[in-house]
Design a binder for this molecule. Structure first.
Ligand code: 13P
Length: 249
């Protein structure tokens, strides 16, 4: 049985004060919720406020990105040990917006993934096809390429804390969601690549989240699919009530 993980990706939203208010509004909804694991990924500057506000709760906190070096002359960058030092448990890696606007490639995703695992963070690695790739019928090839490069030089044992998020780019922020069948098909491809890289045992335990316009009104349908091990939520995670409703799908 894979415990589902529901993660909030706030992207470039919320100041520390706004983040703190969000957590105060969220906690009363979730005190007794143990069925799913919950992680909040605020912008870097709001991370300490969220860590403080969630400290007596089971909610985990993650970064939205990181650099692969530990420290050095890398202006603007944040490292995995820095995220660990402030109390982060998770980090998102390779989000399509990082790929689209910040030059992230399959190779940089692999470097970051290895650095995150080495630092003891639980990475949430994002993969997914753009609309033109879906329409050209090459979704499976794209997912195979993204995953096999991301998983390079990582052993089965090292991969255990890793989570993968399947986020079809055409579903992000558009109000369009993949059907449960499309998502399940993509998840099976990702699990097959994980089995080739890490062995069946690790692949069977690997959690594969779905992301892309997850909302309170479609969460139950998506989350009740056996192949979908949780959600990475963007827009609908910015409001405490709507995020709580998704967590309680
Ligand atoms: P939306 O839920 O806003 O579509 O964003 C999904 C996403 O990119 C989460 O990482």
């Amino acid at each position: 049985m894979r415990k589902k993980l529901i993660a909030a990706n706030w992207k470039m939203h919320k100041t520390p004060e706004q983040a703190q208010s969000f957590v105060s509004a969220l906690l009363p909804h979730l005190w007794e919720h143990t069925r799913d694991e919950i992680v909040l990924c605020p912008p870097f500057l709001a991370i300490p406020a969220v860590i403080e506000a969630t400290k007596d709760s089971p909610i985990g906190v993650g970064g939205q990105d990181m650099f692969w070096e530990k420290e050095g002359a890398y202006t603007g960058a944040i490292s995995a040990p820095m995220l660990r030092a402030v109390g982060c448990s998770h980090v998102i890696i390779g989000h399509s917006e990082r790929r689209q606007y910040f030059g992230e490639t399959d190779d940089t995703v692999n470097r970051k993934l290895r650095a995150a695992l080495a630092a003891g963070l639980k990475p949430i690695v994002c993969v997914g096809e753009v609309l033109a790739e879906r329409e050209a019928g090459v979704t499976e090839d794209v997912l195979r390429r993204q995953c096999s490069i991301a998983f390079r030089e990582i052993s089965g044992g090292e991969a255990i804390p890793m989570v993968v998020a399947y986020e079809p780019v055409w579903a992000i922020g558009t109000g369009k969601t993949a059907t449960p069948e499309l998502a399940a098909e993509a998840h099976r491809t990702i699990r097959a690549v994980a089995a080739e890289a890490f062995g069946e045992g690790v692949a069977t335990q690997l959690r594969i989240l779905y992301g892309g316009s997850v909302k309170p009104d479609n969460a139950t349908l998506l989350m009740s699919q056996q192949e979908i091990d949780g959600a990475l939520v963007g827009g609908a995670s910015l409001d405490a009530k709507s995020f709580a409703a998704i967590v309680k799908w």
